[in-house]
Ligand binder design. Structure first.
Ligand code: ADP
Length: 390
């Protein structure tokens, strides 16, 4: 069985074709700069070939998806693709692994305000696939699914109960496929049952995992909450927002724009939401960059502390995603001064920055690891399960 995993971003599109028998990737492609005035970059790779890079104008999503499917057809038949899987984000009243019917798309629209960037590109990409592949099932694994067992006391907000019932206002949690993979891999590698997974990238969250499922997560009703993100706000006192809206006379749209594209690491540092730029600027003595770095690390430390309490300690703390996997300085800042909790980093292992492996000192009671995440793997497996059961 072959399953194609489609991964649309705000100006990019990536896909991978899996052979589900051995989880080998048969074909992968990436299109960048969709809709740009300049030429876009289309690159692809078959399992038995070399990476090919083509520069051409890619006016829209239709063109991006069409070029990848046409290329895939050079070696594989579309009829052999059993389904296209998507790492869908959020939909009102729907989670799990489901066929992306018009009803599901409508439920995604209903929650659009909570994750507008992701929702828009997913709805666009799914609509393009519906036009191009009329009979292939399109299946979405919602990012909220992994958090389905979070107990009510962890997901309720202190608002009138009727709003919870009427509008579904509660914590949902995101990055489900990533945290699920980390929980699975930490169990395989280190027999860890209680895992604190730190997904630190352009978008970041910390998750408490027990026996393979999330029991709490830093993101709430929307992916803009919890940790600071590159340009998205993270936790903010709801009355601070009301005060700001009153002072600046902001509409909902204007406030959402500030919280989603001008805040987070970028908002505090005033220069960038990328940790590589932040670390370079810190090296030059930039105080705002240092403040952004330290604030982010403090938030992560605080969530680790929360989840040590929730889990009654942990077997393993895992760092993953762009910054989690690649920034020894960030990991060191986060874990400094936690020795009394049994968390001790091995500085030299941390600096070596293993692709996958332990970075904790011998005396550390809690293991500390770096593990590369693999969200597509989880989506492909869940889509396969869906096809077997439906
Ligand atoms: P996403 O944007 O989907 O979260 P990633 O998980 O790949 O994607 O995270 C990308 C982010 O990871 C970058 O924006 C940057 O902040 C951080 N990052 C990537 N490489 C490094 C590195 N070598 N050092 C520090 N941070 C890095």
């Amino acid at each position: 069985m072959k399953i194609l995993i489609a991964n649309p971003g705000s100006t990019s599109y990536k896909c991978k074709l899996y052979d589900m028998a051995d989880m080998k990737i048969l074909f992968q492609a990436s299109v960048e700069r969709i809709g740009d005035k300049e030429e876009g970059i289309f690159s692809y790779l078959f399992n038995d070939g070399e990476k090919i890079i083509v520069k051409k104008k890619i006016p829209d999503y239709f063109a991006a998806i069409e070029i990848t499917l046409e290329t895939l057809k050079e070696k594989f038949s579309i009829e052999d693709v059993s389904a296209v899987g998507f790492k869908t984000v959020h939909a009102k009243g729907i989670t799990g692994c489901v066929e992306l019917t018009d009803e599901v798309l409508k439920a995604m629209e209903d929650f659009r305000l909570l994750a507008p960037v992701h929702t828009d590109v997913y709805i666009t990409a799914i609509s393009v696939f519906k036009k191009l592949l009329k009979t292939t099932p399109l299946i979405g694994l919602f990012e909220t699914h992994f958090h389905k067992n979070i107990p009510p006391e962890a997901y309720m907000y202190g608002i009138p109960y009727k709003y919870f019932e009427q509008y579904g206002i509660r914590k949902y949690g995101f990055h489900g496929s990533s945290h699920r993979f980390i929980g699975m891999r930490a169990k395989e590698l280190y027999s860890a049952d209680k895992v604190i997974s730190c997904h630190l990238g352009g978008s970041s969250s910390v998750c408490a995992i027990k026996d393979g499922w999330s029991v709490d997560v830093s993101m709430g009703m929307s992916p803009q909450s919890g940790l600071l993100n590159a340009k998205r706000v993270g936790d903010l006192d709801s009355f601070a927002l009301l005060y700001l809206m009153e002072k600046e006379n902001l509409s909902i749209k204007e406030a959402a724009d500030i919280l989603m594209s001008k805040s987070g690491i970028y908002g505090i540092s005033c220069i960038s939401g990328d940790f590589r730029d932040i670390e370079t600027e810190m090296g030059k003595g930039n105080k705002k960059a240092e403040l952004a770095f330290k604030t982010f690390a403090y938030y992560v430390k605080r969530y680790i502390g929360e989840y040590l309490a929730v889990l009654n300690s942990a077997d393993c703390i895992v760092f993953t995603a762009g910054a989690g996997q690649n920034s020894p300085a960030l990991r060191k800042e986060i874990l400094s001064g936690m020795e009394n909790l049994g968390i001790v980093l091995d500085d030299s292992k941390n600096e070596v920055n293993p692709k996958e492996g332990l970075i904790s000192a011998k005396e550390s009671k809690i293991l500390i690891a770096v593990i590369p995440t693999n969200e597509e793997f989880i989506v492909a497996k869940e889509v396969q399960k869906y096809l077997a059961n439906n």
